[in-house]
Write a protein that binds this ligand. Structure first.
Ligand code: ARG
Length: 588
């Protein structure tokens, strides 16, 4: 933000070196950790050491660095844009003028608005594969985390300067689908889902599992059906295609509710053939061992790599009966992605942490096959969601909490609060606000944990208006908006008058100014928690500011200045909520 001023100081340091007959050095800056003041610092140790070396003199480097720092501080005076310069143990610290810093932060927010915090484009394309629900099954809380996490990571990457391709990979074939088709054909033939498609699809799957559990001998019928599908039996294939579409329609509805979109759909079923072809190449090249018909086709990855330890272990790439496995399909998928998007600089897979070894094996196997892009593939693991009572979601047992139930419960709970707070708003408005709060309440906790740690979801904390939760942050946004409305200022520029700021105001400005770095870091580390924490801290500072600093009832020029702070905070809250895929409502 102070590039020009910094450059000027650097030039002056060079003049200083000449004048003192010192070797010329490259000036490196560090920001001074914020403690009420913003500043940068540079060390003179390298300069002192270079001098000692060059002049072959016998002095102690730290002592010389301290002397040079003192001298340099005298030489620099107080440069333009700064308000204090000091020498501390061989370091020179320069503090920015607080007012000037504030003005620049505000200028950035006021001019960039919804783009405040956006990184300039890297001109690099990345793919994020996420959500990947299985058709012919229910969509439950576990799937929700992948959907929400993947969506936010995509938003962060996009805002962080990358060109993002959002990919989905529904599991549309496999034993679960055959079981479903079997149950449908035998007990529900001709039925069609009217509404609540995903629930209905899930219930048939649960029924199938139950029937098979009670009568294990029926498994023979399943195998038969699988073979028919494998041979391309038109009746089965048609039924599969039709019913698959029902599931997909259900997913589309869900994604719309959650405001999540995809650029590209890949399907398990499309990867079977190309997957088998890759397996053949692996066999031909002697990378895979074909142990059929007694065994499967396998790749002993550690052995191929000449590793003496158990790292990648053995990847089974084809069943002994020649049918494709999950892994067979993933080999093909990884390749397909780079065929479709050859310029990808990264191909991310947001998938359950239990599949970590699987992905390492897939990527390594493709690397061994000679595909350089395999190094650009990366698994982003996430953990389960547990609900109070520790019900781990599994659709076979039918003990799942369905997404639609979760959303309607969240919305109803939020509605009760909203109705109380806003008796004057129309029913329709209140419903709309309740929806924004309800969905925010679900989304926030799913992202406010390290990816690979379990999320424990409970209503108390998800809907907390006073704690680290979406409603608290949304409320800060609403409050800021209502202050601005009451002030009735039509147009405002960022040019803040000079005044004595309270410590909390300085802290608030610091929080706002940090947003671009937080985005950059979140994108580099692929961590949504970076943004959830930021949004909460920002809202918290704002509430402290609100409690300590009167805005509307204070005299000018402080009033104008504070209104600008409110405006800037509101924008930063809005931008961070947008990254989390959470709506910032106008009233609450
Ligand atoms: N549908 C799979 C499951 O439910 C997840 C797919 C993950 N992505 C992949 N490329 N394998 O476990």
């Amino acid at each position: 933000m102070f590039e020009l001023e910094r450059q000027k100081v650097e030039e002056n340091i060079i003049v200083f070196c000449h004048q003192e007959d010192l070797p010329e050095i490259q000036v490196a800056w560090n920001s001074i950790p914020f403690s009420g003041h913003w500043g940068i610092s540079t060390s003179l140790f390298a300069l002192a050491a270079a001098e000692v070396r060059q002049k072959q003199i016998k002095i102690n480097v730290p002592q010389r660095a301290a002397e040079l720092a003192e001298k340099l501080v005298d030489f620099l005076g107080i440069p333009q844009g700064f308000e204090k310069v000091e020498a501390v143990k061989g370091y020179v610290n320069l503090y920015f003028s607080q007012n000037e810093y504030t003005r620049r932060v505000l200028e950035a927010v006021f001019t960039e608005k919804e783009n405040f915090g956006r990184h300039q484009p890297y001109n690099q394309q990345v793919m994020v594969e996420f959500s990947q629900p299985n058709t012919h099954k229910a969509f439950h809380v576990g799937h929700l985390r992948s959907a929400i996490l993947g969506d936010t990571l995509s938003r962060i990457l996009e805002f962080g300067g990358y060109d993002v391709v959002r990919a989905n990979y529904p599991g549309d074939m496999g034993l679960h689908v055959i079981k479903w088709l079997w149950c449908y054909k035998n007990f529900h033939a001709g039925e069609k889902p009217e509404e609540d498609i995903t629930r209905w699809m899930g219930s048939i799957y649960a029924e199938a599992s139950k029937r098979l559990e009670e009568n294990p001998e029926l498994e023979a019928e399943i195998r038969e059906l699988y073979t028919l599908w494998d041979q391309g039996d038109p009746e089965i294939v048609n039924l599969w295609q039709e019913t698959r579409q029902w599931s997909l329609n259900g997913f589309y509805e869900m994604y719309e509710t959650l405001n999540i979109h995809f650029d590209r759909y890949y399907f398990n079923s499309q990867m079977e053939k190309p997957g088998k072809a890759i397996v053949q190449t692996l066999i031909d090249k002697g990378i895979a061992q074909d142990e059929r018909p007694d065994g499967a086709v396998i790749v002993k990855i550690d052995e191929v790599l000449g590793l003496n330890k158990d790292k990648y272990r053995v990847l089974v790439v084809l069943r002994s009966d020649g049918t494709a496995l999950y892994a067979t399909e993933d080999l093909a998928l990884s390749k397909q992605k780079f065929e479709d998007y050859p310029d990808l600089s990264k191909s991310y897979y947001v998938v359950d942490v239990r599949q970590s070894l699987h992905f390492q094996q897939i990527f390594k196997t493709m690397e061994i096959l000679g595909y350089d892009w395999a190094k650009k593939c990366e698994h982003i693991p996430y953990e389960l969601v547990s609900l109070p009572g520790n019900v781990v979601m599994a659709s076979r047992e039918g003990t799942v909490v369905l997404l639609e139930d979760l959303i309607s419960e969240a919305t109803n709970r939020a509605y009760e609060v909203v109705k109380q707070k806003n008796p004057d708003l129309s029913e329709e408005k209140n419903r709309e606000i309740a929806r924004a709060i309800g969905i925010g309440a679900i989304k926030y906790p799913m992202q406010a944990r390290e990816n690979a740690k379990i999320v424990t979801f409970d209503w108390e904390s998800a809907l907390d208006f006073n704690g680290q939760a979406a409603p608290y942050i949304q409320y800060a946004y609403v409050r800021a908006g209502s202050i601005l409305r009451k002030a009735g200022v039509e147009k405002m520029d960022w040019d803040i008058p000079v005044y004595d700021m309270a410590p909390i105001e300085v802290e608030l400005i610091d929080m706002i100014s940090r947003f671009p770095q937080e985005v950059e870091r979140a994108a580099n580390e692929m961590r949504t928690i970076q943004i959830t924490t930021y949004a909460y801290e920002l809202a918290k500072r704002f509430n402290e500011f609100y409690n300590q600093c009167p805005v509307l009832k204070v005299e000018e020029p402080v009033r104008s200045a504070r209104l600008r702070l409110v405006f800037a905070t509101r924008q930063a809250v809005k931008n961070s909520l947008a990254l989390l895929g959470i709506t910032a409502p106008e009233a609450m």
